[in-house]
Design a protein around this ligand. Structure first.
Ligand code: NI
Length: 397
């Protein structure tokens, strides 16, 4: 039996190494689908410590199998995403990003270094467990179609097939030392909407000679909100937001010929998601037609909703309480953001939890995806230890 103290001690001895690793990754961020150096770094980090990869998937994705020496047939997967964001870092720290305009502003450096640390802990304790731990370093979480969907297509959930998968994500609103969890539906599906309304431009003083795409687009924006307020089941969280309106030309005295809108549609039910897509297109086209305009409505389907398996997440919660103390395991509400870990959750029992990385006293409070985002590195102890602990617990059951 592996004890929490054993895992914590090992994690403690590896702490400096893991911090150095996180800082290296933070200084050398790479955008989605371009994580070449990051992938090489992961491979050489583990190779130097005697852990050999099973090879690449999705170009920069890497898979490892750490086999326990005791009998056991379970396979538990642990996943970390490795890509960064197109943001210019504004933190004044020694480990500031060296890549202009690119930053680990979503904490994937923390996810990656935590999994590297967990790999070392698991490898050192492999005489004490049975079964297999599958480590998945995954590229391109931040960009469609998402590295997870590609790795799944290329077979990451086969040979051997994991019985469950865990992933973690940094969470600045939660103090470091704590983690947060939500069983059941947790994060939303996210689809991108691109709407082009075409009318007939002309002098703004002579609207009778024009077909005004601005008024038509305005009607479309307002009416589409009824999909959320009148058509969605109130028990199914649904969000529709437009974040961009542009006219092609136009001025105070010119009605343009065309207006383009961009937005996002998010929900947590696959059937409703497809139905809502049809309703939005139909409504927009009808409104355009009634004004004599035309409407082209394109939907770029993004990640599905993320479902935390009830049984697995309940077990995870008790493993986490045993490791961290019940006071450090917090219940979280659902979130309307999206995450490509959702793809795994559509395939096998999955659990995606939040790692507290904030620290009010140290002034570490900036949200993810901002130029001043940072983490309290003490959180890496939980990031490493809990991943390893959960794998051990699941393999022992
Ligand atoms: Ni992220």
């Amino acid at each position: 039996m592996i004890s929490p103290i054993e895992v914590k001690k090992l994690t403690e001895t590896l702490f400096e190494e893991v911090v150095a690793c996180r800082r290296y990754l933070h200084q050398h961020p790479e955008l989605s689908f371009q994580e070449y150096e990051t992938a090489r770094y992961i491979e050489s980090f583990l190779m130097e410590r005697g852990i050999k990869s099973e090879g690449r998937l999705a170009e920069n994705g890497i898979v490892y199998l750490i086999k326990g020496l005791r009998p056991g047939s379970k396979v538990v997967a642990l996943r970390a995403d490795i890509d960064a964001l197109p943001i210019q870092e504004q933190n004044d720290v020694s480990y500031k990003s060296k890549h202009d305009g690119i930053m680990h502003a979503c904490g994937h450096d923390v996810h990656t270094s935590s999994l590297l640390g967990a790999a070392l802990v698991i490898d050192r304790l492999k005489t004490k467990f049975g079964g297999i731990v599958k480590l998945i370093f995954q590229p391109a979480e931040e960009r469609l179609p998402g590295g997870a969907s590609i790795m799944i297509k290329e077979g990451v959930l086969q040979n051997p097939a994991p019985t469950s998968i865990f992933g973690q994500h940094v969470h600045p609103p939660l103090e470091s030392g704590k983690i947060g969890v939500k069983p059941g539906i947790y994060m939303a599906s996210a689809d991108e909407l691109f709407v082009t309304v075409r009318g007939r431009g002309g002098h703004a003083a002579l609207p009778q000679d024009c077909i005004d795409p601005i008024v038509t687009a305005s009607n479309i924006i307002l009416s589409l909100q009824q999909i959320v307020s009148r058509r969605a089941n109130p028990t199914t969280p649904t969000v529709l937001s437009f974040g961009k309106i542009n006219s092609q030309g136009g001025a105070t005295n010119v009605i343009p010929a065309e207006v383009r809108l961009e937005g996002t549609f998010r929900t947590m039910d696959e059937q409703w998601r497809s139905q809502a897509h049809e309703l939005m297109v139909e409504m927009a086209e009808q409104i355009a037609r009634s004004a004599g305009a035309s409407c082209e409505f394109k939907i770029k389907k993004g990640y599905p909703y993320l479902q935390n398996d009830l049984e697995l997440t309940t077990r995870f919660r008790s493993h986490a309480e045993e490791f961290l103390g019940a006071e450090n395991v917090v219940d979280l509400p659902i979130r309307m953001t999206a995450e490509d870990f959702a793809y795994y959750s559509q395939e096998i029992p999955a659990c995606f939890y939040r790692l507290g990385t904030g620290n009010l006293e140290k002034g570490i409070t900036s949200p993810i995806h901002t130029p001043t985002f940072d983490v309290d590195e003490e959180a890496l102890k939980v990031g490493v230890g809990l991943l390893a602990w959960v794998a051990f617990k699941e393999l022992q059951d």
